[in-house]
Design a binder for this molecule. Sequence first.
Ligand code: NCD
Length: 306
Amino acid sequence: MEFEGRDIISIKDFTRKEIDYILETAEAIEPIAKTGSDMLKGKILATLFFEPSTRTRLSFEAAMHKLGGSTIGFAEPEIASVRKGENLADTIRVVENYADVIALRHPREGAARLAAEFAKVPIINGGSGGEEHPTQALLDLYTIKKEKGLIDGLNIAMVGDLRFGRTVHSLAYALSLYEVKLYFVSPPLLKMRREVLEAIKGKVDVLETSNLDEVIPEIDVLYVTRIQKERFPDPAEYMKVKGSYRINMETLGKAKPDLIVLHPLPRVGEISPEIDRTSHAKYFQQVWNGIIIRMALLALILGSIK
Ligand code: NCD
């Protein structure tokens, strides 16, 4: 399978075979995540983050360091020359001279695709507005597979902001390649985007509802998301849906004993801290799995794993 030099813009650019290969590579690389390696010695990753981030950027940087590579970049575009009015295409054409691969997060949908059109080095989309977040979807799949043994046959619910949340878009596209049933649980205002529903139609069973209690007994994986306050065009609309779902012990009262709860983080009240102590909680494992997936991706893209 050929990954060297490839961009990672949308999860839709990958087949199930390719995704499975990435997950297998991650599994194989996991021991190295503890010991470290010099597989990518001399290689440079640039992280260009035009939007706030803690885990995605640090996770990419940690992954690169664990493989012996180094990192450059910025997380405060207001102090970079973007502030002087430089456009994204120019920024990319400059940075590609400094780095072997670029991880980009940008508030605009389509930004990662545009960057890839200009760049000679591979671009990894670390989040493009409310559109997609493909590396998060890969680490979500990796977590599901690790915790559940396999992905096929599961009932998977996504809860919260399915309209502006980019992680659920990428995850839904990815899961449509497996034999799963998807439950989209949201207030009517924050329903799963039509373009996503259209793309996965006929591939997987989908159930849309606003009532979590009704479906919770059937669920194997509960993927909770933050309401994306910053992406609402109208603050009054946000106030209507703020705090729509709060997962606590009571919510999970009728859940399967081996239900796992995932969240891309940061959480702002959607999951009560009392859940953290239960065996359902896997959101901090996702963080660790994020490093492993990004190590695998960097090694594949830079050609040190074939
Ligand atoms: C998510 C994001 O940035 O889309 N965070 C992340 O990358 N782990 C989710 C969010 O911000 O709610």
